[in-house]
Design a protein around this ligand. Sequence first.
Ligand code: K7E
Ligand code: CUA
Length: 662
Amino acid sequence: MMHGKAKGVILGVLMALVAACARGRATPVAGLPAEAQTVIRERGLSPEDVVAALRTYMPGGKYDEYVMFSSGGHSGQVLVIGIPSMRLLKVIGVFTPEPWQGYGFGEKGTLEVLAEGFARGKPLLWGDTHHPALSETEGEYDGQFLFINDKANARLAVIDLRDFETKQIVKNPNAISDHGGGFVTPNTEYVVEGPQYAAPIGWEYAPLDQYKDKYRGLLTFWAFDRQKGRVDLDRSFQIELPPYWQDLCDAGKKVSYGWVFCNSINTEMATGGIEEGNPPFEAGTAKNEMDYLHIINWKKAEELIRAGKYEVINGIKVIRLETAAREGVLFFAPEPKSPHGVDVAPGGEYIVVGGKLDPHVTIYSFEKIQKAIAAGNFERDPFGVPVLRFEDVKEAQVELGLGPLHTVFDDKGYAYTSLFLDSAVAKWSLGGPYRKDGAEPWKLVEKLPVHYNIGHIAAPEGDTVSPDGKYVVALNKWSVDRFQPVGPLHPQNFQLIDISGGKMRLLYDMPIGIGEPHYAQIIKADKLKPFLVYPEIGWNAVKMAKDPNATEAGRERVEVREEGGRRVVEIWMTAVRSHFKPERVKVRKGDHVIWHITNIERARDATHGFALGGYNINLSLEPGETATIEFDADQSGTFPFYCTEFCSALHLEMMGYFLVEP
Ligand code: K7E
Ligand code: CUA
């Protein structure tokens, strides 16, 4: 039951809101208050609920202001979500075949993309995606490409944002797992793939008692060719690192352009082995008060590559650790304590490291780092890497609470850090050039509880040179009691938080039905310029060019020929509402089948599917697309093929027979 006073407050808020709405719109919303009151009463909504609903509700046909690209964790996919409505717009198949998009279910081009990512020929059909990275121009998202890493298998995928499809997967030839990727340099010169669990370079075997000598970290700079939309292996290179379990990385920008920063978590070089009387990993890696922030000069590394100071290992150039340490490519600065997350401030002046086991974020000054390097004020670690003095390079430390991990920024000189153990978002003030409002610099301002166990945090353009403010999204690992139970595996929980006012306000809980998302990036929606239909009939979606086997209406045909002692049947088919042409395809058991299908539609959303039961084949043919399948007709029988998209009133009739004679 609601008290009279509470009702009065709600009504007051609502009337004020309605009045505000009426002012901002051409037509006042007549008749709303009475019904709204009923809804508020019946649903037991608080004034905060009402405001949150008004801030996130998106009327049909209206678009969100922002689009969030979230990792899909070990689903191996990427999620595309509108902000502020938190509506799921798409799930992009990346490391995992995705049947609706016809990704990896017979379509030759996508099978080739997936196969590029196999490890020494061994099929890998899932990935653990952690960090999506939008392509950047001068430190701003440009809306052209999205990159994402696979932690489990040390791979990087390239998604073209003209059609939101995966175009390339590169397998790291020298690492078997990674973590600190993908992160782009400010003009997408490189996509950085940081290492994590140290292992011998090139997946060689070495016993753990040779850890210090044989195990290494490996930082990869994948050169990106924007014209081709592909990673260019020839211009890519790697830097060998000590086996310190480098964790997250971020690229310097503006004043720190040309540098990359990575935190690390096992400078103890623990190797586990509790069963042999050693400390377990979680204790062994947490002995030291300080680990090392890795400070890497990638412009200098490029010079070394040009000067030939590298070795080629498994087809990629590698700058050896000794060279990197000697030639001014690699420096360390102490960082407390088994930290997680390194994030560069918008202007590049500061590097923020989340303490994880330490309640502070530590802020490093890039200028101080440069001074300390120039002054030669360092000792060297056992691998010869210069270690700068903490007091020389530290700008500030801000005590935030338990488990600080990741940080994003707004447009008003504030930073937002996720606190995993506190289950909270901490807002704190930056100093230096960011302090124009007279607020005290380097100070905790506010903490907002989130639900629960927040990992990453994301903000609109919040890791670029010009963050937008307005919102942050908490990417929570646990939801516990926030949603209708669906069995013991609970959804993850994304929470939208309004940061536009003085105080942070929780607006929305979004359950994520796949897991486990890590990082996300949020881009202004108007920067995305996707195709609405493919630009020409006969478009090859992997090559992003007209396909030589594009088939026009009236040019459909079947050809049979002998090749290498077997019969090859090649089919050029069209799909249009509501038929495939030809409708009958007849082969003999053992024939090799090459089948091109072109969707000749030009209408927006007129997608046809192509399912062939018994052969594990399903295609998605978007308007204009040509796809090719190639297989051996190794089972005889009668196989209906049909369209899997309900495309017209005669969709059920959009089918044909694939007849395989015994
Ligand atoms: Cu913090 Cu992989 Cu970026 Cu998960 S990582 S949370
Ligand atoms: Cu085409 Cu259904």
